[in-house]
Design a protein around this ligand. Sequence first.
Ligand code: ZN
Ligand code: ZN
Length: 336
Amino acid sequence: MTTVSVTRYLSTGGVRVYRLPLHVFPWMIGYAYLVLDGAYSALIDVGSGRGTSDADLAAGLASVRDDWGEAIDWAHLSRIVVSHGHIDHYGGLGYVRRHSAAPIAIHVLDRAIIAAYDERHALSVRGMREYLRFAGVVPEQRAHLEQFHGGGRGGYPSIAPEHVLHDGDLLDERFRVIHTPGHCAGHVCLQLDDLLFTADQILPVTAMFLAPERIAPSSGLMHYLASLERLRHVSGVTMALGGHDDPMPDLASAIEHMERDQHRRLERVRHACAVPRTIAEITGAVHPRIRDFNLLLGLQKIGAYVEYLDTRGELRITNPDQLYDDPEAPPRYVLG
Ligand SMILES: [Zn+2]
Ligand SMILES: [Zn+2]
């Protein structure tokens, strides 16, 4: 059941945009956007495919009327765009594909995530197993945490997108594609007239996920901050529309908020690195109470911050001999 309603926006060019709320996870609302421009219609993101997400998407679409007062027909959708390869944004593709043959577009770096789900998921499970060891998570806890990551096995179909996006593309002569890696390698923002679809790049309320480049190339904090900086130079935006959280009429201050927040979190990691610690120990020091799935997310995010500080020469590793001699030993980082 949808408890939040569809919201309408109008671009300066007269394009109608409908924000469709979806329960992408039981604890999280996400948004898909329906874009109507005369006979053209596009869906940006499709929800998670879990719980009521598909039904919410169908209900949202059913509530919208086209320029002629007719209900939106799935079969006549012109385009599906996936903002990035995270499950709460592409997981509904299987459902949408059953109703619509509209060509799917996703950034080239996230193409394989939807086109070859099983092989990418298997690799990411393998990568996580290795990362948890590198982070210094004890074996019993590793097995426990791996369950949360391995749960998506066989859960989604592989769907080959018809188009891959690159930075600077003008998709369907409407959407300016701005590649914003960091939160996810192939994350894009889309500019349409004075509207900017920011997906998960700017989330003032929802905790923004980051993973280190070690497990997800083109992810991580350095890319994320560079992408924020890019958005600072996008002009003519009067409303930023995210994949979660409220619309943002003041893009510049939303960017500043995100930047400040990242630097505040970095400072906490620096503080935790006053004594030699593994990534798992730093995570425990910064977030002493998180468990289970949230701990798995926290270990990745703290890993991204440690990687950022280490890459910039702010950290030393205190146990090189142990790293030589013991393949299981995690690096210990300290400021200096
Ligand atoms: Zn995301
Ligand atoms: Zn998201």
